[in-house]
Design a protein around this ligand. Sequence first.
Ligand code: ATP
Ligand code: MG
Length: 260
Amino acid sequence: MTRKLALCNQKGGVGKTATTLGLASSLSEQGLNVLIVDVDPQGNSTTGLGVEVTEDTMTTFDLMSRTAPGAAADAVIATPWEHVDLIPSNEALANIESDGANDLIFRLDIAFEGIDLSPYAAVLFDCPPSLGKLLFAVLCAVDGVIAVTEPTIDSVRGIENLQETIRNVQRRPNPRLTLEAIVLSRKRTTGEHRFREAELRDTYGDLVARTAIPELTARQDAHSTHTPIHKFSGGKALALQVAYTDLLSELSINTEGSVA
Ligand SMILES: Nc1ncnc2c1ncn2[C@@H]1O[C@H](COP(=O)(O)OP(=O)(O)OP(=O)(O)O)[C@@H](O)[C@H]1O
Ligand SMILES: [Mg+2]
């Protein structure tokens, strides 16, 4: 079954979008289809994939501004990246935080109701850096959370907060939700990063993915040229390609049975 996974951390700039796109690049490289749902008003996944949102483009905002079962199917577009589809986002999505509708946090889940996701190996939700309504809406719609964090002093505390949020959503309304993995991103070879990585592994054990994503400028260069990291040849892109592919193999994403 195709799993819906959210890449989360309320802290900004930790690598949620980079990890979303890196995993999508790995899946695409293996000939597997993936759907990215951009749930960030910054729209960094959308622009990173080289997609331009116009007035006519249906976005995540449209899915969340009304209650429409199955509407997600109408919002899916192909992207310049082979095998990668997208539900795009732009700054309009920020308005959702002030929407007081009773069913607001369920609308994203409802938008996916009845949709056949079997053509995709995974559906990846790129989350905004907040614990607001948008994040709750995602947590109601997905099966699992991949917490992305940098190995810094605040990371253990940040994961604790996210776990508490997950527990609240688990109680009601989404009992199937689990924290699937903690991914260390933007890892440098400094003593501080090594120390914090050890601290996270001590605290969370096997929940922390064995593969950490190194901080390498090729990641930014690939992003700014809208290029999948597996198609990027500059700098130390190869180390990033290996890291994202190794990370993918650790996650609960079925890379066997999906059709390309
Ligand atoms: N492994 C990496 N190596 C080098 N730079 C990276 C890496 N991962 C992310 N970056 C850069 O760090 C910045 C923040 O990364 P990214 O946008 O993925 O974080 P984010 O958690 O999605 O941020 P936000 O919370 O704003 O959505 C970007 O400029 C990105 O290109
Ligand atoms: Mg982001």
